[in-house]
Design a binder for this molecule. Structure first.
Ligand code: ATP
Length: 555
């Protein structure tokens, strides 16, 4: 997810292949009109496709349309069909080419929007693309393009994200591209009171049969969306055209069960309520349907509601058939940004097929094996030896993060300056327990470089887009590949270089290696660091002192 920044960003290396010789029928239907690299060149083998079908994975999900992650397209390429408004906003943010995911998704959405006003034919889209590959702009740009010429304000785009921080980030991105248009973007995350949000969303009018909206685009978290569906007067999804689920696999996971069915039923109810007998209308004309509109009341009410296009984005999209079925997708198209070299790095063909996780090409990955009970010492060793600044260190729980931060802090204060020529380590704990203002302060100091290492739980493991993160350290070994993917994805974003280090306890080494191998991400990806024993024993002395001080705090 991205806030648009003023700083120059180096895009990934350009490798636009020739347009395909002939647009196939299927591609035309998808809106994939003669676009580069859209062949099924890295699709599943026949064998694994058969296996997918045995597992109940639908055909479309087992056969993604794949796009090489190094594909880029200039922003003024005719196939993107971008307006001068969007092009100038892009240029202002130093965005001169579209990344692979944007090059793939934007034409599909632009084509779908252009083809029919009623959009009855539109296909739902599932997009899987590596962390930091630019998924946010892939939906922000086409939505703004579609809506920026609208006449009246209605809630037409709903963007749902799992956390407040991510929602705020995406809202900033929409705000940036909406500058110079009449579009209004709302944020509903519970950061302000429900009443304030209600006034922001729908005003304070008496109930209107068709609802009313003061925003065109709403970025929200699932919990707050449910609050508005149940208790906000005039809040309606009946005019919705886009429903984006970013970090979709998270939104479909156990903890987020209820919201999906609530939104689905709200949409179904409103689509039924549009099938009104037009002769019998005697309720007040809904504001959202008529104000400033050139169309007549009957036109609007009699017309079927536009079909909502569901857009799912994730770096680790679920292939669980049951979860996917709950979404009730219509003619879904699955776009997957992947990497041809996945195949060449994998040891075996089974590994190549298992390589469903794609990582940024600018990411270097390392691991270091160490005794579990000495992990803090080895973390300190890594910080020192690898000269890590701008680092984020992930621990498995808030408690571990808290204790670890204390040990490292004690250690940094107990070593003499001359042990650290030209290197300063300033550590801060960053946790959901901290008040929001304190988190903002810590993040500001981190961005300024005053704090060099953030120690946290998985709070910011997903989606967060911070340029200054140069390295990620897995202090606790991730238990799932998707957890590993999202954590390390906080660095090496948008083509920038980044490093990921994993501290693997000796007893965890077997499972870590197994997980990586099963996911086709071991040989050629993970590099082992062998420690310098002399330096380690030098550091051990101060470390023991720091440990004692922390133990005293707890006694
Ligand atoms: N075409 C582009 N040119 C230059 N920079 C870009 C481009 N597109 C996106 N970016 C920048 O790339 C960074 C990562 O983008 P974004 O946050 O959308 O990634 P993401 O794919 O959503 O990652 P994650 O899966 O971790 O959420 C952002 O800082 C964004 O501004």
């Amino acid at each position: 997810m991205a806030a648009i920044k003023d700083t120059a960003i180096t895009p990934v290396a350009t490798s636009v292949s020739e347009p395909m010789a002939a647009a196939k029928k299927e591609e035309k239907e998808n809106g994939l009109l003669r676009f580069p690299d859209f062949s099924q060149q890295f699709g599943l083998s026949r064998e694994s496709a058969a296996q997918a079908s045995r597992m109940g994975i639908p055909h479309w999900l087992a056969h993604p349309t794949t796009i090489d992650r190094d594909t880029t397209v200039p922003i003024d390429d005719i196939r993107l069909a971008l307006s001068s408004h969007i092009i100038s906003r892009c240029k202002k943010a130093n965005i001169n080419t579209m990344f692979a995911v944007q090059s793939a998704v934007i034409p599909v959405l632009r084509a779908a929007n252009a083809l029919s006003r009623l959009r009855q034919h539109v296909r739902d889209l599932c997009v899987s693309a590596p962390t930091g590959s630019g998924k946010t702009l892939a939906f922000v740009i086409p939505i703004v393009e579609k809506l920026r010429t609208r006449l009246i304000m209605r809630l037409r785009a709903l963007v749902v994200l799992p956390t407040k921080d991510l929602a705020r980030q995406v809202k900033e991105c929409f705000d940036y591209f909406c500058v110079g248009t009449d579009l209004r973007v709302g944020l509903a995350t519970g950061d302000v009171s429900l009443i304030k949000e209600q006034v922001m969303l729908t005003g304070s009018e008496a109930p209107l049969a068709g609802g009313q909206s003061q925003v065109d685009i709403l970025v929200c978290t699932p919990g707050r969306l449910m609050d508005h569906l149940t208790s906000t007067q005039n809040f309606t999804l009946q005019h919705l055209e886009f429903w984006v689920m970013d970090e979709a696999d998270r939104l479909l996971s156990e903890g987020y069960n209820e919201w999906l069915s609530k939104v689905q039923s709200s949409i179904e109810m409103s689509s039924q309520s549009t099938a009104i007998d037009v002769q019998s209308i005697d309720f007040p004309v809904p504001d959202a349907c008529t104000l400033h509109d050139s169309e007549s009341k009957l036109d609007i009410i009699a017309r079927p509601a536009p079909r909502i296009q569901k857009l799912l984005f994730s770096a680790t999209l679920t292939r669980d058939p049951a979860k996917i079925a709950r979404l009730k997708l219509v003619r879904p198209l699955y776009l997957s940004i992947t990497h041809a070299a996945n195949d060449s790095n994998a040891e075996t063909s089974t590994e190549a097929e298992a390589a469903t996780y794609t990582f940024p090409s600018s990411l270097a990955e390392y691991y270091i094996t160490c005794p579990v009970d000495e992990k803090p010492l080895w973390l300190i060793y890594l910080l020192w030896e690898q000269k890590i600044s701008g680092g984020v260190c992930f621990a498995k729980s808030l408690e571990t993060a808290h204790r670890l931060a204390q040990v490292v802090q004690m250690w940094t204060t107990s070593v003499s300056e001359d042990m650290w020529p030209n290197q300063k380590i300033v550590v801060a704990e960053y946790s959901s327990d901290l008040p929001a203002a304190e988190r903002v302060r810590i993040m500001r100091l981190f961005k300024q470089g005053t704090i060099t290492l953030l120690i946290c739980s998985d709070l910011i493991a997903r989606g967060l887009d911070i340029d200054q993160i140069e390295a990620v350290i897995n202090y606790d070994v991730p238990t799932h590949m998707s957890q590993y993917t999202h954590r390390v994805g906080r660095t090496a974003r948008a083509g920038r270089k980044g490093q990921a280090y994993t501290l693997v306890g000796e007893s965890q080494a077997f499972h870590f290696k197994k997980m990586m191998k099963e996911n086709g991400h071991w040989v050629g990806y993970l590099n082992k660091i062998s420690p310098n024993k002399d330096i380690l024993s030098l550091l051990r002395e101060q470390y023991t002192g720091a440990l004692e001080k922390v133990s005293n705090i707890y006694e």
